[in-house]
Design a protein around this ligand. Structure first.
Ligand SMILES: NC(=O)c1ccc[n+]([C@@H]2O[C@H](COP(=O)([O-])OP(=O)(O)OC[C@H]3O[C@@H](n4cnc5c(N)ncnc54)[C@H](O)[C@@H]3O)[C@@H](O)[C@H]2O)c1
Length: 324
């Protein structure tokens, strides 16, 4: 059986997902949807398929079994409801949506339609994060105590809506969901509290955020997000997880080192791992009945709850006491 995949949103992520899907046996990119006709036509041409203006067109033409939704996230709710209503399985990119009520609507639509829905929490498919999660689960570092998770990105040419607060832009909406999900997943713990401070340049959504949190098991978490939009440079990301017996470091180059309680240092490198191929493969497996856990709408809702709490904290002035 061939899974017919429609790509909704022919932007940065839609193009990458289509390229990944084209490498997987048993999947065909069978339609491209974008309200920008040039983008839709160009990507459809690359995959020898047809361009469409809306998800509604896909219903009428019966050309897809599942869709990847990669439109700006203030449109995630309507796209998910439309796709579920049509009976299409859904891979929705993060963040799931904008409010907890929207998340509940998406879950209700999923359940009513009996479709599969996966959220594109890409880090769960990155080999270095899987290695870190396995090391924590195996008790190699003992009970987690502290996490410091830092992502610094710098890109002058990001899509405009990334920095439009009204369209859900800013690092809290765009990036913090990844951190909340990957840390809860790697620790096997849910967040219990979140505080946040942000800064922004004039007339733009926040591009810097310092988030602190605690998990239900008492691990202290620091998430630091910086996005430079006035210069261009390679991303820098480092995550350190300290436990009672050792620690794990994940670096920008996708190396993982695990210092365990018996004094051993284990180093692993995953520079060549194709995480998006793994992510799309997992979605195809979900649609075709394969076993295996994937991030679902409940996980998207949990990350959203954290991001909304961070936003409320930042608006309230952050968790710090003023010295002046
Ligand atoms: N998983 C990851 O690592 C990752 C990385 C970057 C972005 N994202 C997420 O992917 C999603 C897409 O981001 P992007 O960077 O590809 O954005 P983008 O702006 O590059 O692409 C979005 C596309 O959607 C189209 N579009 C907008 N509204 C539409 C509609 N109603 N119907 C059809 N097409 C419509 C636009 O014309 C555009 O081509 C966002 O949710 C973003 O947060 C995920």
């Amino acid at each position: 059986m061939t899974l017919r995949l429609g790509v909704v949103g022919a932007g940065v992520m839609g193009r990458k997902v289509a390229a990944a899907a084209a490498q997987i046996d048993g999947v065909r990119v069978s339609a491209v949807v974008d309200r920008d006709d040039n983008r839709a036509t160009a990507l459809a041409g690359t995959h020898d398929t047809h361009a469409h203006e809306s998800i509604a067109d896909l219903v009428d033409s019966d050309v897809v079994d599942a869709v990847y939704i990669g439109v700006p996230h203030h449109q995630h709710l309507s796209a998910c409801l439309e796709a579920a209503g049509a009976g299409f399985h859904v891979l929705i990119d993060k963040p799931l949506c904008n409010t907890l009520e929207e998340a509940d609507q998406i879950m209700a639509a999923r359940d009513a339609a009996g479709i599969k829905l996966m959220v594109g929490f890409s880090y769960r498919f990155r080999a270095e994060w899987i290695a870190a999660r396995d090391a924590v689960a195996a008790g190699e570092i003992g009970a987690p105590r502290l996490v410091v998770d830092t992502i610094i990105e710098a890109e002058t040419s990001t899509p405009g809506w990334y920095w439009d607060g009204a369209a859900g832009g800013g690092v809290l909406q765009l990036q913090s969901h990844h951190c909340f999900d990957r840390l809860a997943w790697v620790l096997g713990e849910r967040f219990a509290s979140v505080g946040c401070q942000v800064s922004a340049t004039a007339a733009a959504a926040e591009d810097i955020a310092i988030i602190n949190g605690t998990t239900g098991a008492g691990t202290l978490v620091s998430i630091n997000l910086g996005f430079g939009r006035s210069y261009r440079s390679a991303s820098r990301a480092t995550t350190i997880i300290q436990g009672e017996l050792g620690h794990i470091v994940i670096d920008t180059a996708r190396n993982v080192s695990v210092a365990s309680g018996d004094g051993r240092l284990r180093s692993l490198s995953y520079a060549d791992d194709d995480w998006l191929l793994q992510e799309v493969t997992a979605f195809v497996g979900l649609c075709t009945g394969a076993d295996g856990a994937v991030p679902g709408a409940e996980d998207g809702r949990a990350a959203l709850a954290c991001a909304l709490a961070a936003t409320r904290s930042a608006r309230a002035g952050g968790p710090a006491l003023s010295l002046f």
